[in-house]
Design a protein around this ligand. Structure first.
Ligand SMILES: Cc1cc2nc3c(=O)[nH]c(=O)nc-3n(C[C@H](O)[C@H](O)[C@H](O)COP(=O)(O)OP(=O)(O)OC[C@H]3O[C@@H](n4cnc5c(N)ncnc54)[C@H](O)[C@@H]3O)c2cc1C
Length: 420
């Protein structure tokens, strides 16, 4: 975008944080004709981008704007304007304009064609350098400088002050703090009167009370169904993949549950139930069991179990179901058979807590969206202060939607800051 002809002055913009949101804000703001400085306390920009998508960076989802909105779990309506200004198709076009070739894979996940997350950062930084953006690495912002209800600049940890017409806070959340997201920005937002919605880890594994999970660690299940029960009521079900770990469970199904029910995990009301045979009704499963028993009359139950589930699970299934697997199948009573079917379709997993921020893909919570104008990303409390990315109380499911939040809100904050 070229500077608009009607623009009278070039505004001085400070951006705190050179993550996905900060880099995108720097790009749109500079292309809109502003003079931009980015402060980043790490030794390089975009440190978190390097580890996204297992080093391949699933930079967005090639979907409609509405599907993007549908995949945002917290405060999705807040993102209507930002995603109208820069929607998924627009984001792909923008990256291609910068020279990043992309490929769309299963589930509409978009990756750099090179397969390298580092190329996403490289291409952004290259363009920012061409535009003359001042990216100051190893520079930590300690606080915001305000005068009345207006932001005037930032104070660095070194004691230096940097004045500007507007400031964009893009310091991320609290997850994977080694990438630089240490929560500084949340503190600065709180200090300047913004409400912070309690932060919890999201898109993360879940600690499970049942001891048998530990014994199954490493076991990955495909095509199973995970249900969430609140009290007696089923509130969620999804079929897919999950993984047992030394602490409980993880994998795609579990990450989604952590995102949708994160704030309830640990409350006694919430229970998880695993269905090992979602494609079979209890009756059909029992018929299959009867046929298996007929064929294996002189064997132990253990033999049959091994045909019904992975070996490691069959080995400990008495612990899971309470049914003695060493008994010969010919002494298996009808009620044992029914109990076995029920166990296969309903393994109780009691969620104790979420894993910590260090393992969480994102942070749920942050600066309340009620304190931010969704049409500009400007604070409603401090004039000239803008927010972008994960620092805000918005988060989405996996699939590229979280980076899309960073791109869209960063872009909008960038073109809004200094435009008044
Ligand atoms: C392992 C992992 C894999 C992921 N994979 C994907 C994926 O494939 N697709 C997807 O959509 N999302 C993915 N995400 C989520 C995605 O990376 C984040 O949602 C996104 O990076 C948030 O961008 P941000 O710019 O808001 O914050 P960040 O990327 O956290 O950037 C914030 C920046 O601010 C800097 N900063 C903080 N405080 C200060 C300060 N006081 N002074 C100066 N600088 C400061 C930090 O150093 C950092 O560089 C993944 C996350 C993780 C942890």
């Amino acid at each position: 975008m070229m500077p608009s002809p009607g623009k009278i002055k070039m505004s001085k913009i400070t951006i705190i944080g050179a993550g996905a949101a900060g880099l995108m804000a720097a790009l749109s703001s500079t292309e809109a004709g502003n003079d931009v400085t980015v402060f980043e306390h790490n030794e390089k920009p975009g440190k978190k981008i390097y580890i996204t998508g297992k080093g391949r960076c699933n930079l967005l989802n090639n979907c409609s704007r509405q599907v993007f909105i549908d995949n945002v779990v917290s405060n999705n309506r807040f993102l209507y304007s930002a995603s109208a200004i820069l929607d998924p198709a627009g984001t792909i076009a923008l990256f291609e304009r910068l020279g990043l070739k992309t490929v769309t894979e299963r589930g509409n996940r978009v990756y750099p064609e090179s397969g390298k997350a580092s190329d996403v950062t490289k291409i952004l930084v290259k363009r920012l350098n061409e535009l003359g953006v001042n990216i100051e690495i190893n520079k930590e912002v300690a606080s915001l400088i305000t005068e009345g209800d207006t932001v005037k600049g930032v104070r660095l940890s070194s004691g230096e002050d940097a004045y500007s017409d507007a400031v964009i806070l893009a310091t991320g959340g609290l997850s994977y703090s080694t990438t630089g997201s240490t929560g500084d920005g949340l503190r600065m937002a709180e200090e300047t009167g913004h409400k912070i919605i309690e932060c919890i880890p999201s898109l993360t594994g879940i600690n499970i009370a049942e001891d048998f999970c530990k014994k199954l660690q490493g076991l990955s299940l495909k095509n199973v169904m995970l249900r969430v029960l609140r009290g007696q009521k089923e509130v969620y079900r999804e079929q897919g993949e999950m993984l047992f770990t030394h602490y409980g469970i993880s994998g795609p199904l579990v990450l989604t549950v952590s995102s949708v029910f994160g704030r309830e995990i640990g409350s006694r009301d919430i229970r998880l139930s695993l269905d090992m045979k979602p494609a079979l009704s209890e009756d059909i499963l029992e018929d299959r069991l009867i046929r298996d028993i007929e064929k294996n009359r002189n064997k132990s139950l253990s033999t049959i179990l091994k045909g019904l589930m992975p070996y490691s699970m069959a080995e400990i299934f008495d612990e899971i179901s309470g049914i003695d697997r060493s008994i010969p199948v010919n002494v298996l009573k009808k009620e044992d058979r029914k109990a076995l079917v029920k166990s296969l379709k309903n393994i109780t997993l009691t969620p104790e807590s979420l894993r910590g921020f260090e393992e969480a893909v994102i942070t749920k919570g942050g600066v309340s969206v009620k304190d931010i104008d969704p049409g500009t990303m400007e604070s409603k409390k401090v004039r000239g202060l803008y927010f972008a990315g994960e620092i805000m109380d918005v988060d989405a499911l996996t699939g590229g939607f979280n980076l899309q939040i960073a791109w869209s809100t960063g872009y909008l904050a960038g073109i809004s800051a200094g435009s008044k």
